[in-house]
Design a binder for this molecule. Structure first.
Ligand SMILES: CC(C)(COP(=O)(O)OP(=O)(O)OC[C@H]1O[C@@H](n2cnc3c(N)ncnc32)[C@H](O)[C@@H]1OP(=O)(O)O)[C@@H](O)C(=O)NCCC(=O)NCCSC(=O)C[C@H](O)C(=O)O
Ligand SMILES: [Mg+2]
Length: 279
C-alpha cells in the first residue's frame, strides 16, 4: 500500500494478511516521498500492526531517494526492507552492508524484488548472495513492461520468467511471492491467478487491495480436501511401515509424497493457529 495513504495505513491494522508492504516506490508521487518515508517509519515503530510482518519497500538503487530511504528505514527496524529492481548478487551484498552500516536490527531481513530480465536470469545468484535475504518478490508489472509483453489471462508470456524465478529461489532455499493482480474489481481473474501461482509453487501472492486478501488466503491455505488427503497418506504410510512404497486411493506413495503430506499439514496447522489468534 502507498505509505502516503493514511487511510490505507490505518486499514492495514485490521486486515487478515500475513505481511504488509508499505510502499515508498511506484505508488508514491515524487513530492510525497519524504512524508511517506516518515509515515512508514512511524508505522514500523508503532507496534500497532499485531502479528502481521511489517515491511517497507524503499526506492530503487540509483534513485534520488534510495540512500536516505535505506538509512531511515533500517533505523526504524521493520521486519524487512523490500528493495525493488534488484539486479545482481553484488547489489544484494551492498544492500546488506548498507543495512548493517545504518544499524538495522538483526531481525530486519532483506526482501528483493526480481522484475527485470537480467534479474530473472540471475535469480539463484541473487537469492544465494546473503543469509539476510529471506524473500524474493516477483515484480510482474515491471517484467511485462521490460519484455514488451502483455498482461493476459493465464500469463503465458510470463511463464518462462515465473518458472526461472521459482527454480532460482528454490535452489537457494528461499521464499518467493507471486506478483500482483492489477484489476481490483475482477475477482474471478484474480482467483484464477492465485490458483495458478499456488500450483506453480509460489509461497503466496502480493496484493494491492483489501478486497484481494480473503481470496489469496483461501487459495494459498491447504484446502480441506488436501488436508484430508495428507492425513490419509500419512496413515497409509504408517500402516505399511517398513515398505518403501504403499498405495493411497490407488496412487503410489513413496517417502517423498510423505514429506509433501507433512508439509501440507504443517502449513494447515500454521494457518489454523493464525486464524485462532486473529479471532
Ligand atoms: C488500486 C487502488 C488505487 C484502488 O483505490 P480505491 O479505488 O481508493 O480503493 P477503494 O475505494 O476500493 O478502497 C476501499 C478502502 O480500502 C482502503 N485501501 C485501498 N487500497 C488499500 C491497500 N492497498 N491497503 C490498505 N487499504 C487499502 C482504502 O483506503 C479504503 O479505505 P476506507 O476508506 O477506510 O474504507 C488502491 O487500492 C491502491 O492504492 N492500491 C495499492 C497500490 C500500490 O501500493 N501499488 C504499489 C504496489 S504494486 C507493485 O509494486 C507492482 C510491482 O512493482 C510490479 O512491478 O509488478
Ligand atoms: Mg515493479
Amino acid at each position: 500500500m502507498p505509505s502516503s495513504n493514511a487511510r490505507a495505513l490505518d486499514k492495514a491494522k485490521t486486515l487478515p494478511c500475513d505481511a504488509l508492504i508499505l510502499d515508498l516506490e511506484d505508488a508514491v508521487a515524487p513530492d510525497a516521498k519524504e512524508a511517506a518515508r516518515e509515515a512508514a517509519c512511524d508505522a514500523a515503530r508503532s507496534g500497532e500492526y499485531g502479528r502481521r510482518e511489517l515491511t517497507i519497500r524503499i526506492n530503487g538503487i540509483g534513485t534520488p531517494w534510495h540512500d536516505e530511504d535505506l538509512r531511515a528505514v533500517a533505523a526504524a527496524g521493520p521486519d524487512a526492507i523490500v528493495v525493488p529492481k534488484v539486479g545482481s548478487a553484488d547489489e544484494v551484498r551492498s544492500l546488506v552492508g548498507a543495512m548493517e552500516a545504518a544499524g538495522a536490527p538483526a531481525r530486519t531481513t532483506l526482501w528483493a524484488m526480481v522484475e527485470t530480465p537480467g534479474a530473472i536470469l540471475r535469480v539463484e545468484e541473487i537469492a544465494s548472495a546473503s543469509e539476510r535475504l529471506s524473500v524474493l518478490v516477483m515484480g510482474t508489472n515491471d517484467l511485462v513492461k521490460e519484455l514488451y509483453a502483455e498482461h493476459v489471462p493465464g500469463r503465458q508470456p510470463l511463464l518462462a520468467g515465473l518458472g526461472l524465478a521459482l527454480l532460482g529461489a528454490r535452489a537457494a532455499g528461499k521464499v518467493i511471492l507471486d506478483g500482483v493482480y492489477n484489476d481490483v474489481k475482477d475477482t474471478e481473474g484474480f482467483l484464477a491467478e492465485c490458483t495458478q501461482g499456488r500450483q506453480l509453487g509460489f509461497d503466496g501472492k502480493t496484493l494491492v487491495h483489501p478486497g484481494q486478501v480473503a481470496g489469496a488466503n483461501e487459495a494459498f491455505a491447504p484446502s480441506e480436501q488436501a488436508v484430508e488427503e495428507a492425513r490419509g497418506i500419512l496413515q497409509a504410510w504408517e500402516d505399511g511401515k517398513g515398505s518403501g512404497v504403499v498405495t493411497y486411493n490407488g496412487k503410489m506413495i513413496e517417502n517423498l509424497h510423505v514429506e509433501s503430506a507433512r508439509r501440507v499439514l504443517t502449513m494447515h496447522e500454521a494457518v489454523t493457529a493464525l486464524e485462532a489468534d486473529a479471532s
